[in-house]
Design a protein around this ligand. Structure first.
Ligand code: ZN
Length: 294
């Protein structure tokens, strides 16, 4: 069994040009839950001037169905984001930094070392408040400005976040630069450094068509948690030419075909993807929603 963290309502929608009203986000999340999704990155506590699509984080959270088995996460990029999140009842905080100085300076105007130091305090304050905090390390497989990102640096940021109290780490391929061999190597390096029990997830974008190949490489290396986005929505507004995340229903179709359980209903996911496409002014990237299930 693998665990899916559905990031369509956050990573997906934040890079769509068409504004998605709060009510549509709520309906999307209800449909995702009905399809079997149990972990949803629903909001980002980012400056609304920078990412207007996420300006309704607090309002959205008050409108979501409360169910014991459903985990909602919010993205945190700064101390002010944490302060906003702690005023809501969100259970999971995804604290993000990238691992490339050039990317981080452009994105957050500080070096990785400065970001790690500041965000480690954000992590420990989130943990003290009783929230589950996961660290998300962006550009972990490469940076569009400086190329290769040394795995030692990614490990050292992960170590600081885990020391501060993170219960899990997600490595994000922010701009779609990973390849399957690299994924296998990075995963085995992480497992040797932090042990098999680390709650460890992968977040891929399909920018260069390698999203599912990278998911498969991660799965074969022992990873059991993957981020994906319904209908392949979205990307990252700070990443040049980023395209959508790995598509949820395409990934589920792959796993079900391999006999790996996901806890989701594929037909319902496809219906949800088609419904979402009707709400956007463009054709979305998912393949299965066009080809149909076999
Ligand atoms: Zn992303």
């Amino acid at each position: 069994m693998i665990e899916i963290c559905e990031v369509g309502p956050r990573d997906g929608i934040q890079n769509e040009a068409k504004f998605v009203p709060t009510e549509t986000k709520v309906e999307l999340i209800e449909k995702l839950i009905a399809s079997g999704i149990r972990y949803i990155e629903a909001a980002s506590f980012v400056n609304p001037k920078v990412v207007p699509q996420m300006a309704d984080a607090e309002e959205l959270l008050t409108k979501l169905p409360v169910r014991d088995e459903v985990k909602y996460a919010g993205l945190i990029l700064s101390r002010s984001g944490l302060e906003r999140a702690l005023k809501t009842d969100i259970g999971y905080l995804h604290v993000v930094t990238t691992t490339s100085d050039s990317f981080n300076l452009k994105n957050a105007r500080r070096t990785v070392a400065d970001a790690t130091e500041e965000l480690s305090k954000v992590v420990s304050d989130g943990v003290s408040d009783g929230r589950n905090v996961l660290g998300v390390l962006g550009t972990a497989f490469g940076c569009p400005y400086e190329g290769e990102v040394p795995v030692e640096r990614v490990l050292s940021v992960a170590e600081s976040f885990l020391k501060a109290g993170c219960t899990g780490i997600t490595l994000a391929d922010t701009t779609g630069m990973a390849n399957p061999n690299q994924v296998s190597e990075v995963v085995s390096t992480f497992k040797s450094a932090f042990g098999e029990d680390l709650d460890f997830g992968l977040h891929f974008h399909n920018t260069r068509g390698l999203g599912l190949a990278n998911v498969l490489a991660g799965y074969n290396a022992g990873v059991k948690r993957f981020d994906s986005s319904i209908a392949g929505l979205g990307g990252c507004p700070f990443a040049p030419k980023a395209v959508g995340n790995v598509c949820t229903e395409d990934m589920v179709n792959m796993f079900h075909g391999m006999g790996v359980a996901t806890g989701t209903d594929l037909e319902q996911l496809v219906e949800t993807a088609k419904w979402m496409e009707q709400n956007m002014d463009r054709s979305l990237d998912g393949m299965l929603m066009k080809a149909g299930t076999a």
